[in-house]
Design a protein around this ligand. Structure first.
Ligand code: ATP
Length: 355
């Protein structure tokens, strides 16, 4: 498997891009570890598929280079890059049996038949189609066909990387969960480099070691699920990850004191912020304490979502979401306080570190 280096990648679909807005990818410059499980996560149109296609060689970037283990593969075709791909919809041979579909990529590479058999049986078990091995793929359901596609992507162990583009879209919810955890297990076992495009945060957070959050043609953060949750590097990541997303409130900073309207909070660090910069305070709804102390809020509505309640309120005229336990009490004169350790400060939407 390979380390993937993306060197100053930019891409515009049109012939003559006139401004930054014409670039589907603005500047992607990163190195992804050999054996890492990366999920590309972001809303529709942010550039996930464009980036994946540039890695696979289906698309040539307008600018920049792609390296596998330090070797420039930018000019190579998909085949020359030696990668496996799984798409949103099945890509299989309808007239072949399930077994032969899975064996095909191995036989193509002249893998000895005993090894082919061992790998195919392993994959058949994983995708739950061992009892259909001898059936023609034509007669199978759409989600069974997609499982074969997934299996074909996983069957070879000598590829540089396996790229997945929303591969579980047509799979039913229960099987989705099963396949996701099996994928994770296989990844742990074989350590292949895997890049997985999804717009579903649960999918990204459950299986990836590193989630790559994209927004408007750029990577805004690469982090573990915990880092994305606790320290979103951009307010967009705060909104996009978590349900409900992070609260972002206008704030003023003076040393370690942050002021929201007329209320002041002492931070546990001194943010490195330019004087006069527009600042915002980010706090997750899970870390807002609702009680009788702190800043006065006006409760607008309470949503019951099973184990917990989401309180929608206003703080100084700005909306704020608060997560409270199922049996949590909402006082007659509600107030909120924030755990200083859970506060993030942003300037021009980017997180500000310590001074
Ligand atoms: P989705 O989740 O909807 O697939 P995505 O994050 O994968 O979205 P891309 O498909 O990479 O996003 O699209 C990024 C931008 O490039 C979008 O503005 C899209 O309209 C544009 N785009 C994608 N493919 C083409 C194309 N073939 N020609 C022109 N523009 C394109």
């Amino acid at each position: 498997m390979a380390r993937i280096t993306l060197e100053h990648i930019r891409h515009a679909y049109g012939e003559r891009p006139r401004s930054e807005a014409d670039y589907a990818l603005k500047e992607v410059h990163h190195e992804w570890n050999d054996g890492g499980a990366y999920a590309l996560l972001g809303p529709s149109g942010c550039g996930k598929t464009t980036l994946l296609n540039i890695i696979s060689g289906l698309l040539q970037p307008s600018e920049g280079r792609i390296l596998f283990d330090g070797r420039d593969v930018t000019e190579l075709s998909t085949q020359g890059r030696n990668i496996a791909q799984v798409f949103q919809f099945p890509v299989i041979y309808d007239t072949m049996t399930v077994y032969d579909n899975l064996a095909f990529p191995l036989r193509n590479r002249r893998v000895p038949e005993a090894e082919v058999d061992r790998r195919v049986r392993e994959i058949l078990d994983m995708i739950g189609l061992a009892d259909r091995a001898k059936k023609k793929a034509r007669g199978l359901t759409a989600d069974q066909k997609q499982k074969i596609s997934l299996g074909r992507g996983l069957v070879r162990s000598d590829v540089n990387a396996i790229l997945f583009d929303e591969p579980l879209t047509v799979i039913d919810p229960h099987m989705k969960w099963v396949l996701r955890s099996q994928l994770k297990k296989l990844h742990r076992q074989f350590g292949f480099t895997m890049v997985y495009v999804t717009h579903d945060q649960t999918e990204a957070l459950t299986f990836a070691d590193k989630v790559v959050v994209m927004h408007d043609g750029q990577i805004v953060q690469i982090g573990t699920p915990a880092e994305l949750f606790e320290r979103p590097s951009h307010t967009f990541v705060g909104y996009f990850i978590g349900s409900p997303g992070m609260n972002v409130l206008p704030a003023k900073i003076d040393g370690i004191t942050v002021t929201l309207g007329t209320d002041a909070i002492a931070l546990d660090y001194r943010p490195n912020i330019a004087a006069g910069a527009t600042t915002e305070l980010g706090i997750r709804p899970e870390f807002v304490r609702l009680g009788r102390e702190g800043m006065a809020v006006r409760v607008i509505k309470v949503e019951d979502v099973g184990r917990q309640k989401i309180v929608r309120a206003e703080l100084g005229g700005k909306p704020i979401a608060i997560v409270v336990p199922e049996n949590g009490e909402i006082p007659a004169e509600p107030r909120v306080s924030f755990d200083p350790a859970a506060i993030n400060i942003y300037a021009n939407s980017w997180r500000v570190g310590r001074e």
